[in-house]
Design a protein around this ligand. Structure first.
Ligand code: PMP
Ligand code: GLU
Length: 399
């Protein structure tokens, strides 16, 4: 008899974004040409000055355990960055550095949620939120947003979803998977409800540096006075500095939440990688031109993707204000037959698109939105051009 897996983990869905990326990699290894628009990770190399700082850290002997919550210099640099960029006053004590922002999310849910507590998550949502909430025994309360409202939660929807058990509202702006962004006014209106209903707000701001056109990013805690006491900010170096593999993310939170995460982390993982912390320090304190240069590339790709999507028959897609995702509405194309295969769900659409045309995307159902597919444009214009030709051929070949 194989060992029995715990009930709580049996109920866990694996990450669909990582699963699609793994599938694409597997096909590539078999020699197939794959246009990979699945995983959301910058295709750029980590900037050289950051890699050099990591090497220098190793050579200087920073290869041992660090404080569980991160090295003092990095925590100070993170607090300083929030002061400079957003005028928010945080002390280094309020900063906890973790093994990627995904780990930060896990820490926050673990220290705040008891079984039965409710966490409001607007859908479409990033794949890991609901699963990480479920791991604590708390309940994800999914509130469906409308494409016609750019997939943004309204204050009325929030008010209707709150119960006596609601503990946290989760907001991701710019959004993974839709790329949509709340304006400061919209965040303010949600903050008013959070204050009235005494909710904590988890603001996942990992895409804050990837914002396009006239869109403006506002850190959630800045939109009303006093929000710092009820906001937990999630951020990290993965997206802005092309550092997904270094695994450094962080939280800024009220002191007691930070202390609880410090204890949790000291038991769970000891500390985030020492070398990666020095690399993240160089990212924050070093020249920022690399972020601007990558943003310029992302902006070009976004323009290209917008143009190509507009040419696809029967597909709609709200404007991408930030991040590097397009969330396309494929509802008009379900129920059709592609290469002899009838397709009725976003899952089958994405799997057949991969199988028949070699284009990897992620099914909307993984983000709680059936009838959609996510395209990550964190890849070269050449790959995007070839992949969009194939998506077009896929759609045109359907009957
Ligand atoms: N939040 C969002 C919205 C994301 O898209 C990601 C990317 N995986 C994360 C958090 C986690 O980032 P990481 O663990 O790579 O720092
Ligand atoms: N955030 C990225 C994505 O959504 C990375 C994959 C993951 O961590 O799930 O594709």
């Amino acid at each position: 008899m194989p060992p029995t897996i715990s009930l709580i983990v049996q109920a866990l869905e694996p990450s669909a974004t990582l699963a699609m990326a793994a599938k694409a990699r597997e096909l590539k290894a078999k020699g197939k040409t794959i246009y990979d628009f699945s995983v959301g990770e910058p295709d750029f190399n980590t900037p050289v000055h950051i890699c050099e700082a990591a090497r220098a850290a190793m050579m200087a002997g920073h290869t041992h355990y660090t404080a569980a919550s991160g090295i003092a210099e990095l925590k100070a640099a993170i607090a300083e960055q929030y002061k400079q960029r957003h005028g928010l006053e945080y002390s280094p004590q309020q900063v906890i550095v973790s093994n990627g922002a995904k780990h930060s999310l896990h820490n926050v849910f673990t220290v705040l949620c008891d079984p039965g507590d409710e966490v409001i998550i607007p859908s479409p949502y990033w794949v890991s939120y609901a699963e990480l909430v479920k791991l604590t025994g708390a309940k994800p309360v999914i509130v469906e947003t409308e494409e016609s409202n750019d997939f943004k939660l309204t204050p009325a929807q929030l008010r209707a979803a709150v119960t006596s058990k609601t503990k946290i509202l989760l907001i991701c702006s710019p959004s993974n998977p839709t790329g949509s962004m709340y304006t400061p006014e919209e965040l303010g209106a949600l903050a008013d409800v959070a204050i009235e209903k005494n909710l904590l707000v988890m603001a996942d701001e990992i895409y804050e540096r990837l914002v396009y056109g006239n869109h403006r990013f506002a850190s959630f805690a800045t939109v009303r006075p006093g929000l710092v006491d009820r906001t937990i900010i999630i951020n990290g170096v993965s997206k802005a500095y092309a550092m997904t593999g270094w695994r450094i993310g962080w939280t800024l939170s009220p002191v007691n939440v930070a202390k609880a995460m410090d204890s949790l982390q000291s038991q769970e993982t000891s500390n985030p990688s020492s070398v990666s912390q020095y690399a993240a320090l160089a990212a924050l304190e070093g020249p920022q031109q690399c972020v601007e240069d990558m943003l310029t590339q992302f902006a070009r790709r976004r323009e290209f993707v917008r143009r190509r999507i507009a040419e696809l028959p029967g597909i709609s897609c709200p404007e991408m204000g930030g991040a590097f995702y397009a969330f396309i509405n494929i509802k008009a194309h379900l129920g059709r037959t592609y290469g002899g295969v009838q397709i009725d769900s976003s899952r089958d659409w994405c799997l057949q698109l991969l199988d028949q045309q070699g284009v990897a995307t992620v099914m909307g159902s993984a983000f709680g939105a059936e009838g959609y597919a996510r395209i990550s444009f964190a890849t070269s214009l050449e790959t995007l051009a070839a992949g969009f030709d194939r998506i077009e051929a896929f759609l045109k070949g359907a009957v």
